[in-house]
Structures are given as C-alpha cells and as structure tokens.
Design a protein around this ligand. Structure first.
Ligand SMILES: [Zn+2]
Length: 129
C-alpha cells in the first residue's frame, strides 16, 4: 500500500485508497451525522461549506472533505454541479426512451399493419362467403 500525506492533517499514512488518514476519517465519521442532522433540521438555510463548518464548530477542510468524498449531497456549489449532471443524464435517458418508444411504436405499427392486413383478408373472405 502506498504512503500518502493526509490531505487534511498532513500526516503521512499508509493508504488503503483514500487520501485521508484513519484519524481524520474517524473525525469525519463523527462529524458526518452531525452535519446531516444539521442539514435536515435546517433544510431552507442557504449553507455553504464555510457557514456549515462554523455552525458545526468544525474545520472548513473537514466539511469540504465530507463534500469531496460525496458524503453530503447538499452543498451549494457542488449541488448545482451534480444537479446539472443529473439533468443532463435525465435528458439523455429521456432521449433514449423516446428513441425506444419510437422504435417500439414502429414495431407496433408493423404489427398493426399485419393485423389489419389479416382482418382485411378475413373480412374479404367473409364478404366472399
Ligand atoms: Zn489526517
């Protein structure tokens, strides 16, 4: 495992993948539920990392780290980014499903044509009888 410098406290540690040392991760683990709770209790507050850290009495870098690690889905600037990404994804999905609808309606049209052709033949036969 590589040795990394913790991006929060600058301590050198053996990384299992992250850029945060176990000590800081522990701190973040404790901070995370508090931040979530705060966000839940203040759903309308216009928060950014600085005001959030201040409200938590936490280090701005800790809050930033939670955001960076994807713990917090409600952060002003990043939320906008991910919302835009989500919208783009939704638009793509929508386009895809539209295309699929078109494809399947084309298939249905063919089926309908076949059915009406059959009905036509059937009706034709009835008429002859
Ligand atoms: Zn650390």
């Amino acid at each position: 495992m590589p040795l990394l410098t913790c991006r929060l406290c600058g301590k050198i540690f053996t990384s299992a993948g992250g850029r945060t040392c176990p000590g800081c991760l522990d701190r973040l683990d404790e901070l995370y539920p508090k931040v979530r709770e705060y966000l839940r209790d203040n759903p309308k507050a216009a928060l950014n990392i600085e005001t959030l850290a201040e409200a938590m009495g936490a280090d701005v870098r800790d809050v930033q780290a939670l955001v960076d690690m994807g713990y917090l889905d409600r952060d002003t600037s990043r939320q906008v980014d991910s919302e835009a990404a989500n919208r783009q994804k939704l638009a793509q999905e929508f386009e895809k499903s539209l295309k699929q609808m078109k494809d399947s309606s084309a298939t249905r049209d063919t089926a309908n044509n076949a059915a009406s052709y059959g009905q036509y033949r059937y009706g034709d036969k009835n008429r002859k009888r």
